[in-house]
Each structure stands twice: as C-alpha cells, then as structure tokens.
Write a protein that binds this ligand. Structure first.
Ligand code: ZN
Ligand code: ZN
Length: 392
C-alpha cells in the first residue's frame, strides 16, 4: 500500500523530553460535580478549594446538565474551564462549554452535536458503567469528532479493564481518541488516593487555548498514581519510563499485548503492521498510568476516521520532520508557511495552485530551534493556523 511507502515514521524523529519539563505537567481533574448537580454535596468554591489543597492545578467542573460558570469565579490557584456532563442515558462531557445544554431527552448523537455546536470538545464518560453503558460500536457510529474517552473512572469499577479494550477498539478503527482518567467526585475527595483518576497535562502557560490545544494534541497522560518519567518516540522506537511503577505493558491494535516486562523502563520497536502503540505503567492494582497512543500510519487512520479534522500535523510534537495533512474543498491557490511565536516567517513550505481533495506535505525542520511555531495555510478564501511544537 502507498501508505507503507510514504510512511515515514521510520525516518521521522520525534523526541518528547519530559525530564526537563516535569514542572509543566499540571495535575488535572476533568470530571467532578458540585452541589449544582443535585447529586453533588459541596459548593463549587469548596470543591475547588479541596482540589487545590490536593495539588491539582486545573479543574473542569462538569455538573450534570448544568454549566457551572467556574471561569467567572476566577478561583485563586486553580485554573478552570467551563464544562458540563450531559447526562440522562449515556454521559458525555463537553469541555469549554459556553451555556447549559438541557440534555434529558436527547439521543447520544444530539448530545454530541450540542457540544460541538458550542465549539466545545466531546468526551465519552464511563462507557462501561452498567447504568450508562455505551459500546464501542455505538461510539463508532456517532458523527462528529469524539476527542476523548474515559479509560478510568471509579464508576466503571476499577478491575473492569473493559475501558481499555473499548479504547483500543476506537484506536484500532483509526480514531484519534485520547484516553482520560478522572475522579468523577461528588463530594470531598477521599483521604485515600487509590480510587481517584486524574490527568497530567503538558502546557507552558495556563491559558485556555494552551490547555485545550494540549488536550486536543494528546499532550497529556492519564493516571491513578503513577508518574511518567520519560517518554521518547524516535523513528520506530518508543522508550518509556516511570518514577514509581514496576511493570510496563505496550498495547497495540485490537487490544493486543505487544511487549511487557517487570521493569520501570522499557523500549518497544515498531513491528510491521503495528498501527499504533500505547504504554500502560503499573505500580499495583490501584496505581497506574497510560500514555496516549503513538500512531504510525496516519494515512490509514485518516481513511478510516471520517471525523478526523481536515488539517492535522503529525507527529506533534515533532522531531526533525513532520507531515501536514490537509483537505481542500475546491481547487485553490494556497500558501503554506511556518511562523514563530512573534509572527515572523521562518519557513516557506508551499506556494501555488492545488487540486481539491486530501493532500500531505513532508516538512523538514531539522535546522530549526526547538520551540512552538504556527503553521499557516492561507488562500484568498480562508486562513488556517495550527500550532506545532518542535523537540529534537
Ligand atoms: Zn456520569
Ligand atoms: Zn459525573
């Protein structure tokens, strides 16, 4: 297949250095309930204070069928983004909501549509919880981008590992759906951490755009207590290590174990046919962490995933090279170029007439300094800007 010849990830060098960026991983709750939920017990302010005292920096308060305006509270020491858990039937979180959606009576598709209509991000919550179960097949039938799925929520029962197999069903279908671990608390956090899921989000500065971009780009990991120490993807090789785990498993297509060992540091080299690889890091039955998947064959993913956004940079963060995938409705004269954070042009990539349809461009950035850039695609009709991080 053509995708094998263009695939490139054997020559793309991605290097995601976490060692020097530990302080930029922010402990995040993506799912919790205040007294505005009806089944929540404490006020929004007391809930935020509780998270603050436990070392959290980012909280998405996702009250049932109510958007609590936590952004307006501007709670000191906690960064909040307005959200809602659309309940009744299967539950979906909308991250970055602008107004309440009364979700009762809505179908799953209507809930997804209502979230996307507010330019918010969709998360499927506790998919294997008996009362609110939604199957991989039902999720895959939904239209519109499903950005996240909860792979750990205490409601799903800790030892029902079905969350991960459901996640792998979505990934095997080519969906770029990132795994989230959440606490879903309805009262003060328990003294013991063991049942509490959280995510570690990698951002330089705590702004809404930075947090949402990091989440959308999969620049975070899910955890219930294990800390990622280092995570590097270089060509076909993935290295992962933790500070407090003793077992590492690499998972792949169809929920298959690719490699496992009792260790705190493990390497996996991509084998022919691997579409994606993700790592699970285990301390014990309660304390684990999950990296987001590395996709090796985005062409297949794009063909399979009709919901994929029209433009995508992969891999991002990037090493010496990345690919820019884009789609044009009509034949168009376009300019594609890289700019630095000050808006200065650093690299012209393409300029000319392009046919309608899907395209991809290999961009060499070996000579550029590490940092964040913006890739812009412009024509007379439109202008699109996508952040890209370069870490070599
Ligand atoms: Zn729920
Ligand atoms: Zn909930």
């Amino acid at each position: 297949m053509r995708c094998i010849t263009i695939f490139l990830f054997c020559i793309i060098s991605v290097s995601l250095q976490l060692l020097h960026a530990q302080n930029r991983y922010y402990k995040t709750e993506t799912h919790c309930h205040s007294s505005n939920s009806g089944d929540g017990f404490i006020s929004p302010a007391d809930l935020l204070q509780d998270y603050k005292s436990r070392g959290y920096k980012i909280v998405f308060m996702s009250d049932h069928d109510t958007m609590t305006d936590v952004e307006a509270m501007n709670f000191p020491g906690i960064f909040s983004i307005n959200s809602e858990e659309l309940s009744c039937g299967s539950h979906f979180n909308g991250f970055n909501m602008k107004a309440t959606v009364p979700a009762c009576g809505m179908s799953n598709q209507q809930k997804v549509d209502a979230i996307l209509a507010q330019d918010a991000l969709v998360c499927v919550n506790h998919p294997v919880a008996p009362r609110w179960r939604i199957t991989a097949k039902e999720i895959l039938a939904l239209q519109g981008k499903i950005s996240f799925v909860e792979i750990y929520n205490p409601t799903d029962l800790y030892e029902a590992a079905d969350d991960q197999s459901l996640w792998d069903s979505l990934l095997t279908a080519g969906w770029h759906t990132w795994g989230i671990s959440s606490g879903d608390v309805h009262q003060f956090l328990p003294l013991e951490d063991i049942w509490i899921g959280y995510s570690m989000i990698h951002v330089d500065t705590l702004t809404k755009d930075a947090v949402l971009d990091a989440m959308l780009g999969g620049d975070f990991y899910a955890s219930t207590g294990v800390e990622l120490k280092d995570y590097k993807v270089s060509g076909d090789t993935i290295n992962v290590s933790c500070t407090n785990c003793f077992r590492i498993i690499f998972w792949g297509d169809n929920h298959t174990i690719l490699k496992q060992a009792n260790t705190s540091s493990l390497q996996y080299i991509r084998q022919p046919g691997d579409q994606y690889v993700r790592a699970e890091l285990i301390l014990d039955r309660f304390n684990k962490a999950w990296t987001q998947p590395v996709f090796f064959d985005l062409t297949t993913a794009i063909n399979n995933h009709k919901n994929i956004p029209p433009e995508e940079i992969y891999p991002n963060p990037s090493g010496g090279q990345f690919k820019f995938y884009y789609y044009l409705e009509d034949k168009n004269a376009i300019d594609i170029a890289l700019y630095d954070l000050q808006g200065k042009l650093v690299r012209k990539i393409f300029s000319g007439a392009e046919q309608s349809g899907r395209h991809d461009l290999l961009v060499d950035v070996e000579d550029l300094p590490n940092g964040t850039y913006f890739l812009k695609m412009q024509s007379e009709q439109f202008s699109i800007s996508k952040p890209v991080s370069i870490f070599k």
